[in-house]
Design a protein around this ligand. Structure first.
Ligand SMILES: *Cc1c(COP(=O)(O)O)cnc(C)c1O
Length: 230
């Protein structure tokens, strides 16, 4: 039987190999362990194997886990990677360290107002809709700079980069086009602002492509924690 520790180390070797293939340093690429729907005991197991970055998709579930682990596992870095509605921003502002799915000025303002004064600024990535599917969340590439300018004016938010969920496809050329489009936006942001260091792209199925295109954070769930029930 493979353990969470085994699967974490397999995921890490996949990152290392993908980095080597394109002559990048593996240390430039962070592994975000996506623990949505999984019990706190699984997070603790991953923690004991050295994992510190965890991603959650659901506001209430994430909040409950953070509260449960905040005393004994205070150095976990919690990333919110799910869709965020404006009536749920307070939970994210009060409990999470990062948000990957910022795509609206109104949500940014709420988070900035709701971030507690005793906490570091919320670290945010703008979610870009690079697949141009209407159903996908995220803002259009042409709107990223304007939102980034707004975020710069908010002292309790710190803009770190961009994130995307690409089209689910095995077509390498589609994947490639989308990843390189996101990488271009990331580089544009870096030209314009300080502190931009996060290109959040790549999941289990498209890790190599994402890393070849400059990803600095890959988000892996089921390959570490096992398949999720429905
Ligand atoms: C669930 C999720 C992941 C991880 O997906 P797996 O298929 O479990 O590896 C990555 N990114 C986002 C935004 C997710 O919602």
């Amino acid at each position: 039987m493979t353990t969470i520790a085994d699967r974490l180390s397999i995921a890490q070797s996949r990152i290392n190999q993908a980095a080597q293939k394109c002559s990048r340093m593996p240390s430039e690429i962070k592994l975000l362990a996506v623990s949505k729907t999984k019990p706190v005991s699984d997070i603790i197991e991953a923690y004991q194997a050295g994992q510190r970055l965890f991603g959650e998709n659901y506001v209430q579930e994430g909040e409950a886990k953070i509260i449960q682990l905040q005393n004994d596992y205070a150095d976990i870095e919690w990333h919110f990677i799910g869709p965020l509605q404006s009536n749920k921003t307070k939970v994210v502002a009060e409990h999470f360290d990062w948000l990957h799915t910022l795509s609206r000025d109104k949500i940014a303002k709420r988070l900035n107002d709701q971030r507690p004064a005793n906490k570091a600024p919320l670290q945010v990535c703008i979610q870009v809709n690079i697949s141009h599917e209407d159903s996908k969340s995220g803002i259009h590439a042409t709107e990223v700079m304007a939102l980034a300018e707004q975020i710069q004016l908010m002292p309790n938010l710190s803009l770190r980069g961009v994130m995307a969920i690409p089209t689910a496809t095995d077509d390498i050329s589609v994947q490639q086009a989308e990843f390189s489009a996101l990488a271009r936006i990331y580089h544009d942001l870096q030209q314009r602002f300080d502190g931009i260091d996060t290109l959040s792209m790549g999941m289990s199925g498209d890790l190599d492509q994402a890393i070849a295109n400059g990803s600095t954070m890959v988000r892996i769930g089921s390959a570490i924690f096992g398949e999720r029930g429905t």
